[in-house]
Write a protein that binds this ligand. Structure first.
Ligand SMILES: NC(=O)c1ccc[n+]([C@@H]2O[C@H](COP(=O)([O-])OP(=O)(O)OC[C@H]3O[C@@H](n4cnc5c(N)ncnc54)[C@H](O)[C@@H]3O)[C@@H](O)[C@H]2O)c1
Length: 457
């Protein structure tokens, strides 16, 4: 007999890992994760998980069938649940009012109405998805517009995990944030959610706030993280003009304890499903309140990210004698960051598309994201190949482009790679990941971000 029934609607990058960790630490709770995507659920149940995260498969295997269950029966599980986490997707709207900026809340609203329809008792509904500030009020109104005489309490509990380190982040979060209404039932609901996290997270890391602060904090955290990346990337452009070295500048700046060293790595830009979407959402909200200066400020973070990707493509083309027509270029990395197979908003997409538009022939290698690469570049079929072996990808290539910071790229045998390539052989390190001096000594012309080139030409 379980103490409580927890349901999560949405078995994606957030729902799956989050619930696996809750099930692992709360053997007294029954945790069910549901999704309308049958393939996804089948994969969660098969051991061949739909997403890659270090440590995830072990944790799922341990709890699966004991107190962790994956199912497509959304309605069937709603009524049994005491607490319902909703972690469905909230992409940027592509149509109508707010297109290209506002969050598309259709999946959330559908889910709320589904909860309402399938419930015979009141429940706590937890916003796990990232949502515009004030969404809880709208969802609460929908849920409470019932004639069953039942009450739903909407609590905000945004997720701060980073893909690639999701299990570590869930096990040891910097903080867990829970926002609730100041009413008696709001505070009681909040305590029930706090109770879950208390199983493994120290009290001082579980912080509570009002609902609006909680919703807004998630958008702001992502905006600040992305802003640091764009900030250092603007300085990388200045370094390239002045012979300053971005690695040296970032080190000196980051050692100031008021600034700190994290997220100061210059590169080809940020990606992932969240940063751009959440900043655009923030700007949309600011505009809605007439705060146009605030909106313009944050928009620049996204604009600089595109600028950095364009700069990187220009670096490649201009150094390869202004033409890459018919040239084989090996792309190392397609996921938006290391240790994930997720390609959503990956800078590699724009970089590859730009190179393909210039009629290059790409050989793409990534340890986990080749399927995603094939989907994203579907329009260019015949102009690229997918390579499971990095040496195969580089063989006969004019250039190697590092697009993702997979650690394993730094341990490859670059002498072997050099020997198999066309000459002159180029490396464009979009992540400043490799040992550039060593590559130069092997014979490569090395071009990088925010640092002087080591060029033989
Ligand atoms: N990916 C991240 O790193 C991350 C981190 C923190 C927060 N978030 C936020 O979490 C939310 C989910 O992100 P994600 O990356 O897990 O998305 P995702 O696309 O991987 O997963 C969402 C899942 O919800 C399912 N779904 C949609 N409508 C449904 C419905 N009516 N009933 C049942 N299932 C339904 C989809 O089929 C999908 O499997 C987003 O709001 C995102 O901004 C994501």
């Amino acid at each position: 007999m379980f103490k409580k029934n927890i349901l999560c609607i949405g078995a994606g990058y957030v729902g799956g890992p989050t619930m696996a960790v809750i099930a692992h630490h709360c053997p007294d709770y029954r945790v069910v994760v549901v999704d309308i995507n049958h393939d996804r659920i089948q994969q969660w149940n098969s051991g061949n998980l739909p997403i890659y995260e270090p440590g995830l498969s072990e944790i799922v295997a341990e709890a699966l069938g004991k107190n962790l269950f994956f199912s497509t029966d959304v309605d069937g599980h709603i009524d049994q649940a005491d607490i319902i986490f909703v972690s469905v997707n909230t992409p940027t709207k592509t149509f109508g009012l707010g297109a290209g900026k506002a969050a598309d809340l259709q999946y959330w609203e559908q889910t709320a109405r589904q909860i309402l329809k399938a419930s015979s008792t009141g429940k706590i509904v937890v916003e796990k998805s990232t949502l515009p500030v004030k969404t809880a009020a709208a969802i609460g109104r929908i849920l409470d517009s019932n004639d069953k005489g039942i009450h739903f309490e909407v609590v905000s509990n945004p997720e701060f995990l980073a893909e690639g380190s999701a299990i570590h982040d869930l096990e040891h979060p910097d903080r867990v944030l829970i926002g609730a209404r100041p009413t008696e039932s709001g505070q009681a609901a909040m305590l029930q959610v706090v109770d879950i996290y208390r199983h493994w997270i120290p009290e001082e890391r579980i912080i509570t706030s009002n609902v609006w602060s909680s919703e807004l904090s998630k958008l702001v955290a992502n905006a600040f993280l992305a802003q640091r990346v764009s900030s250092i990337n603007t300085i990388s452009a200045l370094c390239e003009k002045t012979n300053a070295d971005i690695e040296e500048v970032a080190k000196a700046v980051g050692m100031d304890s008021r600034i700190g060293p994290k997220f100061l790595k210059a590169g080809v830009g940020f990606g992932g499903s969240c940063f751009k979407k959440d900043i655009l959402n923030l700007t949309y909200i600011a505009e809605n309140y007439g705060l146009f200066e605030v909106a313009r400020y944050w928009e620049q973070v996204v604009e600089i990210n595109s600028y950095q990707q364009r700069r990187f493509v220009n670096l490649i083309i201009t150094n390869m004698f202004n033409t890459i027509v018919g040239k084989r270029i090996a792309i190392f990395g397609f996921s938006f960051k290391a240790d994930t197979g997720d390609v959503r908003e990956s800078p590699a997409i724009n970089v590859c598309q730009a190179l393909l538009d210039e009629k290059a022939v790409l050989a793409i290698h990534d340890p986990k994201a080749l399927e995603g690469a094939a989907q994203e570049l579907g329009d260019y079929a015949g102009q690229f190949s997918l390579e499971t072996d990095p040496y195969e990808a580089a063989s006969g290539a004019h250039a190697v482009v590092i697009a993702t910071d997979w650690n394993e790229f730094s341990t490859l045998d670059y002498k072997r790679i050099y020997d198999s390539m066309e000459k002159p052989a180029f490396i464009f390190d979009g992540r400043n990941l490799l040992d550039h001096q060593k590559l130069y000594e092997i014979g490569f012309s090395v071009h990088r971000i925010g640092r002087p080139s080591l060029s033989r030409i």
